[in-house]
Design a protein around this ligand. Structure first.
Ligand code: AMP
Length: 229
């Protein structure tokens, strides 16, 4: 008997707003946010063996090897309380190998695969503009953009007062490379998920709250959610 947890994937190029939408969904539906990028940055900050292994890949805008992220996700899924209503994958899977590993891990550990893939659609120009202006709170991870009026308030993060910093991979060279890597290795997954009937595309240029509403509608219509209701 499959467990009732919803398995949602947030998909889209770097800078498409996955982190912002994840935070809104955590609040709205109590989802567990599983961001591989964040877990890897935490490992780097802690200077763990994993952090040291991935530092150069991340700084260059390259993907960390599949085997490493697949193991990280598997371990995280094993530790997830079964009462979690939904798990939200952000920045994973990023390759066909990862999509296959995710399906296998979910089926083995939680009884069923991915329920829904939410794709945030934005063009390259917007990706570059957003990433170059992105700042993150060093303490709570809240995301801001210097193009948004008032975001760079010198008092720091509006939520916790922490310092706003630029990510080490948000410099022009790494941004261009991440976009290239996305197109070559990650975007082909869209065809895979579309063929499985799991893909919903959402216009990522609209205001965050409008996108959020569209996501909630898609989640409430997801076949698994209906079957399990
Ligand atoms: P993100 O925060 O999702 O933009 O990820 C930041 C960086 O972490 C990426 O550019 C990769 O170097 C690495 N990374 C995050 N998730 C993955 C993944 N699923 N596979 C490989 N590398 C990843």
């Amino acid at each position: 008997m499959p467990d009732p947890m919803q398995h949602l994937v947030l998909f889209g190029p770097p800078g498409s707003g996955k982190g912002t939408q994840a935070a809104l969904l955590v609040e709205a539906i109590g989802a567990h946010h599983l961001s591989t990028g964040r877990l890897l940055r935490e490992a780097m900050a802690a200077e763990s063996a994993l952090g040291q292994e991935v530092r150069d890949h991340i700084g260059a805008g390259e993907l960390v090897p599949d085997q490493t992220v697949n193991a990280l996700v598997r371990d995280t899924l094993r530790g997830l309380p079964r009462s979690t209503p939904a798990v939200l994958f952000d920045g994973y899977p990023r390759s066909m190998n990862q999509a296959e590993a995710l399906d296998a891990s979910l089926t083995e550990i939680l009884g069923h695969g991915v329920d829904l893939v939410l794709m945030l659609d934005i063009d390259d120009g917007e990706v570059i503009r957003r990433l170059a202006g992105r700042r993150e709170c060093a303490d709570c991870g809240a995301i801001y953009n210097i193009h948004t009026i008032g975001a760079m308030d010198p008092t720091g993060c509006r939520r916790c007062g922490g310092e706003l910093v630029q990510r080490s991979d948000d410099h022009p060279e790494a941004i261009r490379h991440r976009l290239f890597v996305y197109k070559r290795q990650t975007r082909p997954l869209l065809d895979h998920y579309a063929a499985l009937g799991l893909l919903t595309r959402i216009d990522g240029r609209r205001p965050p709250e409008v996108i959020h509403e569209a996501m909630l509608r898609a989640i409430s219509r997801a076949p698994h959610a209906r079957e399990r209701a």
